[in-house]
Design a binder for this molecule. Structure first.
Ligand SMILES: Nc1[nH]c(=O)nc2c1ncn2[C@H]1C[C@H](O)[C@@H](COP(=O)(O)OP(=O)(O)OP(=O)(O)O)O1
Length: 168
């Protein structure tokens, strides 16, 4: 049995660009990633996603403009924790990305994403993100640099995915 911990992950997109942040500390340090973090008690997941985005790169999004596009699970060999990550994207935002203590933001062309400096799983599922296909992914790591096994399943919709998940 795993202990589930809930996280958010937000990708801000323009027509042919995506905003990533270089994580300056903590989990995933020195990797480019979307913006996100832990969901606090008494906070909705979507409010947590908007809060973390603002804290990490100073951009404002209305929670209602965040589209849930995927769900990711990460487990680590020998560890009891399951990272349960709800992934959102939007093209609607206010402000200019600013560097914070946690993240250094930068726009990348969709065909120039720095996969060599990202989590290994990202290059496996970014094609779904760019094609707007909802998906579920599970990745089982050994340490932080080796994926022992994984699955990626395209979904009809994320609503259907969560409805089905609740029944299990
Ligand atoms: N393998 C992976 N691939 C990926 O693309 N994103 C991942 C990932 N594993 C974790 N993430 C994301 C989820 C979440 O947005 C973020 C980790 O959350 P946090 O930044 O809150 O972690 P920290 O341990 O730094 O927490 P704080 O110290 O409380 O800021 O990394």
């Amino acid at each position: 049995m795993h202990v589930k911990k809930l996280f958010t992950l937000v990708f801000i997109q323009k027509e042919n660009e995506i905003l990533l942040g270089l994580k300056k500390r903590g989990f995933g340090m020195n990797k480019w990633n979307g913006f996100g973090g832990k969901v606090e008690p008494n906070e909705t997941i979507i409010d947590a996603a908007a809060r973390e985005l603002k804290e990490e790169c100073c951009l404002i999004v209305k929670p209602g403009d965040l589209k849930n596009i995927a769900h990711l699970e990460f487990t680590f060999e020998g560890q009891p924790t399951l990272m349960d990550v709800r992934v959102f994207s939007t093209k609607i935002f206010e402000g200019t990305p600013k560097e914070t203590e946690e993240m250094k933001p930068k726009w990348f062309d969709n065909d120039g994403v720095p996969f060599d400096d990202m989590w290994l799983d990202d290059k496996l599922w970014f094609p779904y993100l760019f094609q707007g296909k909802p998906f579920f992914g599970h990745f089982h790591y050994e340490g932080f640099d080796k994926i022992l096994n994984y699955k990626i399943e395209e979904q009809v919709s994320m609503e259907a995915f969560y409805a089905n998940r609740k029944l299990k």
